[in-house]
Design a protein around this ligand. Structure first.
Ligand SMILES: Cc1ncc(C[n+]2csc(CCOP(=O)(O)OP(=O)(O)O)c2C)c(N)n1
Ligand SMILES: [Mg+2]
Length: 597
């Protein structure tokens, strides 16, 4: 046989520019594994072996996030395919192009209640609803690969190809016969230039020119439009808040950038939204309406490449379908520079005060280490070109508020699914995609125990190939599922339920050493800065374990009366750490009112 379907499938993916596939083997994909093995000339994509298929999907998602290319993951039939799901949903909800390739039982056995037979089309029907297909016949492979990649890129979504194991081993059909009923596809996708009509741009400019206090909110759709966002913000005298996935749109050092918004957000972002009379939202689907202006308070303009995402968070007056950079450039020519800069000056004043507050909060004593200090000291030392990932948990609060990104850095997390677990696998994919750049994963102990510990093995397995060894996994060892503990207190008014919240101890740093990585464990605040210096000059990847205080509250920028009532009810109903919480919350909050900070 000249070439199998599996050989051809990998070759076709490589024609699409796919260099690596994250996955885990199984007999449902033995045919495909054989084809990887036969890639003697190194032209085929490389197989990267992870510890768990969910991690492969997270890595494919992170590859897409950090390169803009399609990410690919692969798993065996049945259990392997099922394991992919959470990572695929992470990609789907954050609009990332990811292709999943999974095995299936042989065609002859399907419908026979066969070993590991799962109805994979139904299983993937939601997560890959734009495109999920079973290859029932070798002549389909060409267009299934072409369509899976093209649809993933064109719709920024997840697609899936299911290949029964006997099809994988059949003879390839590189060119279907020229007859009725066959499909003749080709490779390649280039995004179009998408710009709104002149009429709509004029309407948008009219709204923006009429405003006196313009707020901008930018998200991941503006990641490539930093310069345009800055130019429009300057023209409009606007402050700019950043949704979590858009953290890298503008450097945090810019005086008019108010930073994160929402529960993990900043006070200046809160003020910006509360006091604005005009809202310009670019490439964001930030969901929490209580952090946006009240209906009727502001006139709104929104820009999004995806028409489906328009006009759902705030009743916008003008909804523009367009690429953020192109659309902002087209708007620029229509905008009048706001001569009254008092609104911008007010926002800049708040931003300056906020950074002082953040600095003071980080320095407050805690038992034993204030988690903010760990982020603060890292932020000061971030090397150029750093890539950061954060897990879901209290780390995301400090990542959002305390880390000052500079130009040229990248950063991401699970923005929409907000799942636990992506911190370490995202960092691994970042390192594969950009082996010369320093990478930092900021992760809680719960997430480490969920999967991060296991993926350290993947780091140990592949690290030799990275020319720059700077990969640091920072673990907040607080023995707590802290984010949820605080949510239980502040939202439900329940005291901490130790049965669900306490995380057992684990020697993260010592375990790293067992794997041949460097382990650093810090237990006192004065160790934080020197430990970061040590981590940054290490000759190998590092697990940086910090014993941090779970009673330092990840305070939202604005505490509602209900939240305050809920918290006080939680504390008076027997929260095991009530007195320390009161002390820490008071210390954190009171910083806002101290003169001369
Ligand atoms: C898969 C998944 N399970 C549960 C949650 C709910 N959740 C969000 S944050 C969190 C706690 C995370 O704890 P940890 O990783 O220790 O970080 P910490 O908040 O303590 O810093 C939980 C349970 C989730 N988002 N995803
Ligand atoms: Mg924790």
């Amino acid at each position: 046989m000249s070439q199998t379907v599996s050989d051809y499938l990998l070759d076709r993916l490589s024609t699409w520019g796919i260099k690596r596939i994250y996955g885990y083997p199984g007999d449902g994909i033995n045919g495909l594994m054989g084809a990887f093995e036969r890639s003697s000339d190194g032209q085929r994509p490389e197989f990267i072996q992870v510890r768990h298929e969910e991690m492969a999907a997270f890595m494919a998602c992170a590859h897409a996030k950090f390169t803009g290319e399609v990410g690919v993951c692969m798993a065996t039939s049945g259990p392997g395919a099922i394991h992919l799901l959470n990572g695929l949903y992470d990609a789907k909800l954050d609009h990332q192009p990811v292709v999943a390739i999974v095995g299936q039982q042989a065609r002859a056995g399907l419908g026979g209640n066969y070993q590991q037979e799962v109805d994979l089309t139904s299983l993937f029907k939601d997560v890959a609803h734009e495109f999920v297909q079973v290859a029932m016949e070798p002549a389909q492979i060409r267009h299934l690969v072409d369509r899976a990649c093209r649809i993933a890129l064109a719709d920024r979504t997840v697609t899936a190809i299911i290949v029964p194991n006997d099809v994988q081993e059949s003879e390839a059909v590189a060119q279907p016969p020229h007859k009725h009923g066959t499909v003749h596809s080709s490779v390649g996708y280039k995004p179009p230039r998408v710009v709104p009509s002149d009429e709509d741009l004029n309407r948008a400019a009219e709204v923006l020119n009429a405003g006196n206090r313009v707020a901008m909110l930018v998200g991941q759709g503006a990641l490539h439009a930093g310069e345009e966002v800055a130019a429009v913000a300057d023209m409009l005298g606007a402050g700019v808040a950043k949704a979590l996935l858009g953290k890298a749109v503008l450097p945090d050092s810019e005086p008019y950038v108010t930073g994160a918004i929402g529960l993990l957000g900043t006070k200046p972002s809160w003020t910006l939204m509360q006091d604005c009379d005009t809202l310009l939202m670019v490439g964001s689907s930030f969901p929490y309406s209580e952090f946006l202006p009240e209906e009727g308070q502001a006139r709104g303009v929104q820009i999004d490449i995806d028409g489906r995402m328009l006009g759902i968070r705030y009743p916008m007056e003008v909804n523009l379908v367009g690429d953020s950079a192109e659309t902002l450039r087209a708007l620029m020519a229509r905008l009048k520079r706001k001569e009254d800069r008092s609104w911008r000056a007010k926002i800049e004043g708040e931003v300056e005060e906020w950074w002082n507050l953040i600095e003071h909060r980080a320095q407050l004593a805690a038992e034993p280490i204030n988690p903010q200090l760990v982020f603060h000291e890292l932020s000061k030392r971030l090397p150029d070109g750093a890539i950061l990932t954060s897990d879901s948990g209290s780390a995301a609060n400090w990542y959002a508020r305390d880390i000052k990104l500079r130009k040229g850095m990248m950063a991401s997390l699970s923005g929409t699914l907000a799942t636990m677990g992506p911190g370490v696998p995202y960092a691994i994919a970042a390192k594969f995609a950009h082996p010369g750049r320093p990478v930092f994963a900021l992760v809680g102990d719960g997430a480490m125990q969920m999967n991060g510990i296991n993926e350290l093995i993947t780091i140990a397995k592949y690290r030799e190939r990275w020319p720059d060894q700077r990969l640091v996994v920072m673990v907040l060892n607080n023995h707590d599922l802290n984010q949820v503990t605080w949510e239980q207190r502040a939202m439900s008014g329940d005291p901490k339920f130790e049965g669900s919240q306490e995380v057992p101890d684990f020697p993260y740093a010592r375990y790293a050493e067992l794997l041949g990585l460097k382990g650093i464990r810090i237990e006192r605040p004065e160790q934080v800065g020197p430990a970061w210096d040590e981590a940054l000059s290490a000759d190998r990847p590092v697990v940086f374990e910090a014993l941090t205080d779970p009673e330092v509250p990840p305070l939202p920028p604005h505490i509602t009366l209900e939240q305050a009532k809920a918290l006080s009810s939680a504390l008076s109903s027997g929260d095991p750490n009530a007195s320390r919480i009161v002390k820490q919350s008071f210390k954190q909050k009171v910083q806002e009112f101290l003169p001369g900070r």
